[in-house]
Structures are given as structure tokens and as C-alpha cells.
Design a protein around this ligand. Structure first.
Ligand code: HEM
Length: 415
């Protein structure tokens, strides 16, 4: 690896970068805050403030009609000017690929249940889920913190929201993990149509049944989509399912990796762990914020310019892409003191952990609730634990650099 400043090269899909992107981020932030990759016709942002400003650019100047995670093969194809949104008919694919107003209409239609008031009501459910899972797992003495613990909790919460039977949670989790797995080289999502179809089939029949029963607005996630009209047209069951899979995936994928890694950071530092335990009910929420900053698995998200626009002093032409390096920004020393250290109670006045602007995470409140309850309950039930680092696994991916498996060994349960 040559990280010398003069002949520095960064490629999010490079082998060294995927093994450990952090040294690259340091150089990017210091010496190439707006780094242009000619092969992908893409600008790369790494400083917190630049990302913050970039994500506030509105008016459809940037769109995600190429996806917010773009495969390498697609990046290699350069656009000749602005890209257009996909058609809204005869089939409306995911709204994430549209600019305003379609994107906003669909987002508004189904996200009421994810607002703070509705999410607060889920706390007793989530808490009993976490306790039940710990009752099952702790007697084993060793289990996978990411898949068996956090993964099952997040997918079971999603099943609850979607009225998917609880006994399908494991199968749904495996399906989502397979759908979001990258190809062998980590150059992009494998996009196997059979798996996509399988994922849609967890939702589609439930939408059909609800339509039959008559939506009354009490199940906003689905009712809102049945009532929605896009350009005067109601959506089919399959279109609704296709537009809701982002909640299925977003709600399942990230949280377990953040929490698994975060609990590992605490296990590594007994002093910090003791401080968090000292007043768990209060401290868990703060520790979670630092986990979100320090342990976020998603490395980058992209946008495609629709018009000429200036970003961090550089002119971006229509059709060119900008990607923001979320974890480079999260460790920017201009924003965070001692940024490369996990400090459970650090000041975090601004966060990019859930993105910002138009595509701000719809699950932010649910994610914070689940994470806090998991940390509280895990640390209440477990007196001592360690992570078996020899079997910690990060799957190869340019986009994700998070742990997909983290075996925890329980060395003491609470009295
Ligand atoms: C620790 C957990 C989570 C983290 C760190 C996280 C982070 C993020 C980030 C950074 C984005 C913005 C991506 C971009 O800029 O393109 C995002 C979008 C999204 N998240 Fe989350 N998320 C989490 C949990 C959840 C949960 C629990 C749900 C659903 C219940 C969810 C659903 C979504 C959806 C649907 C989007 C796409 C929004 C859009 O493009 O309009 N996420 N998330």
C-alpha cells in the first residue's frame, strides 16, 4: 500500500481500501478533501462540514436515480448529461430513485408509524423482545452478537411493524442479508432477481389482504400506500411491496452491526464500560450516540447531479456523481476531538450517522430506541463478556465495513 501524499490513489473498490479504509480517509481529509476519481466520473467528499453542506443542497440538484449505493460497473459508465428518473408507470419501482415530488409523496405516505410518538409506544414491545432473546441466548454462553442477537431483534421489530408472522423472522433476516450481500469482489450488490422476489413476497400478500379487508388508516405503513395516488394512479400490491422493501432492509441491516461493534468497544475498555453501567438508564443513550458515530458500517452514499452545482468549491456537471464518505466525516478531527477514539460520553453536537437532508433516515427514532434498549438490557443481564476477536468477520464490500459476525463469550451473568 502506498499512501504517500503525492502519488496517493483512492478507489472505494480497491482491495486495500476495503480491507481498512481509515488510513485513506485520513489522507483524503487532510490533502484531497474533494477527490475526483476519473474512472467513475465521481467526486469524493470526506470532511464533515463538506458532507454536511453537500447534503443540504436541495431543489433536486442531486438525485439518487442511479441509486445511493452505485455498483462499480455502473460507475464506470459515464453519463452524458443529467440522468432521468425512471418512469412512474406502468410500474412504480422504489421511490428512492425519484426526485421531488414523487419521492416525497411516497415517503410521506408510509412513514407516520416511524415518527417519534408512534415509535415511543413500541418501547415495551422492543424491551420484552430483547429480554426474551437474552433468556434464549445467555444459557448458550457464546453466540453471535450481530446475527443471533441484534439481527433477530431488529428483524423481529420489522416483522411486528409489517404484521409478518414472528416465526418468519429468521427466514426474512437471511433473505435480507442475501439480498444485500455484494458480489465476490465486493464491487456491488449481487442483485439476484429470485432473492428480490422472495423479499417482496414477505410483504405483497399482506398488502393484498389489507386491501381486501379495507384499510382504515390504523396501519399507516400499508394503509398509507394503498390510499396513495401517484399521478392519479393507485399502486398495485407489488408496487407497494417494492416501495416498502427499503424499510424492511434499512430496519434490519445496520443496527445489529452498530450495536455489536459498540458493545465490543465497551468490552475492550473496562473503565468506560464501568462508567456506562454506573447509571445505565441515563448513560445508554449517550453511549449509543457514540456507537452510531464510531461504529457505522456504511462507508459511503452517492448522488448524481441533475444540474450544474458547486460542491466544496468545485463545479459538478450534470450527470457527474458525488459520494460522501460517511465514516471519514464521522472521524473528522475538525468536528470531533480525538476523533479516532471511542469515547462513550463525548459531545456530539451534530451527527451525520443517519444522513441529512432529503434522504435522512426514516428509521432514526426506531433505531435509537432499539439501540438504547439493547444496550440497557444486555448490560443489565450480562456482568462480564468478551468478544472472540479471532472469529470476528467483516464481509468484503466497498460500501459496508461493518462486522457481520461477532461471537460474544459470556463470562458472567448478573445476579
Ligand atoms: C443504527 C441504525 C441505522 C443507521 C445508522 C441508519 C443510517 C441511515 C443513513 C445514513 C441513511 C441515509 C442514506 C443516504 O444518505 O443516502 C439512511 C436511510 C434510510 N434508512 Fe436508515 N439507518 C438505521 C436504521 C434504520 C431503520 C431502523 C430503518 C427502518 C425502520 C431505516 C430505514 C431507512 C430508509 C428507508 C432509508 C432511505 C431513506 C431515503 O433514501 O429516503 N434505517 N439510514
Amino acid at each position: 500500500m502506498n499512501l504517500a501524499v503525492d502519488d496517493f490513489v483512492y478507489d472505494p473498490f480497491g482491495k486495500e481500501e476495503m480491507r481498512n479504509p481509515l488510513p485513506f480517509y485520513e489522507i483524503l481529509r487532510e490533502h484531497h478533501p474533494v477527490y475526483y476519481i476519473e474512472a467513475y466520473d465521481t467526486f469524493v467528499l470526506s470532511r464533515f462540514q463538506d458532507v454536511w453542506d453537500f447534503l443540504t443542497v436541495g431543489d433536486n440538484a442531486f438525485v439518487t436515480n442511479e441509486g445511493s449505493v452505485i455498483n462499480r460497473a455502473d460507475l464506470l459508465k459515464h453519463n452524458d448529461g443529467a440522468t432521468s428518473d425512471p418512469p412512474t408507470a406502468p410500474f412504480l419501482g422504489t421511490h428512492l430513485a425519484f426526485g421531488a415530488p414523487v419521492y416525497e409523496q411516497v415517503r410521506q405516505a408510509h412513514t407516520r408509524q416511524l415518527r417519534p410518538g408512534s415509535v415511543r409506544k413500541l418501547e415495551p414491545f422492543v424491551r420484552s423482545l430483547v429480554r426474551g432473546r437474552l433468556d434464549q441466548l445467555l444459557p448458550k454462553g457464546r453466540f453471535d452478537l450481530v446475527h443471533e442477537f441484534g439481527g433477530i431483534i431488529s428483524v423481529s421489530t420489522i416483522c411486528h411493524l409489517f404484521h409478518i408472522p414472528a416465526d418468519q423472522a429468521g427466514e426474512l433476516l437471511d433473505t435480507i442479508n442475501a439480498v444485500t450481500a455484494t458480489d465476490e469482489e465486493g464491487h456491488g450488490f449481487a442483485r439476484d432477481p429470485r432473492l428480490q422476489k422472495k423479499m417482496l413476497e414477505f410483504i405483497r400478500p399482506l398488502v393484498a389482504a389489507r386491501r381486501e379487508d379495507g384499510p382504515d388508516g390504523s396501519w399507516n405503513l400499508v394503509d398509507g400506500m394503498i390510499d396513495l395516488r401517484v399521478e392519479g394512479r393507485e399502486l398495485s400490491d407489488l408496487e407497494i411491496a417494492a416501495n416498502l422493501t427499503c424499510v424492511l432492509v434499512g430496519g434490519t441491516e445496520t443496527l445489529p452491526k452498530v450495536i455489536g461493534h459498540g458493545l465490543w468497544e465497551l468490552a475492550r475498555d473496562p473503565e468506560q464500560l464501568a462508567e456506562v453501567r454506573d447509571n445505565l438508564e441515563v448513560n445508554a443513550a449517550a453511549a449509543v450516540e457514540e456507537m452510531l458515530r464510531y461504529c457505522g458500517p456504511a462507508q459511503w452514499f452517492g448522488r448524481t447531479a441533475r444540474v450544474e452545482v458547486e460542491v466544496a468549491g468545485r463545479v459538478v456537471e450534470p450527470g457527474q456523481r458525488v459520494i460522501y464518505l460517511a465514516q471519514a466525516a464521522n472521524r473528522d478531527p475538525r468536528e470531533f476531538h480525538d476523533a479516532d477514539r471511542f469515547i462513550w460520553n463525548r459531545e456530539i453536537p451534530r451527527t451525520l450517522a443517519f444522513g441529512r437532508g432529503q434522504h435522512f433516515c426514516v428509521g432514526v427514532h426506531l433505531a435509537r430506541l432499539e439501540a438504547r434498549v439493547i444496550v440497557e438490557e444486555f448490560l443489565s443481564a450480562v456482568a462480564e463478556y468478551e468478544i472472540d476477536a479471532t472469529e470476528a468477520v467483516r464481509s468484503p464490500s466497498s460500501f459496508q465495513w461493518g462486522y457481520s459476525h461477532l461471537p460474544v463469550v459470556i463470562t458472567g451473568v448478573a445476579e
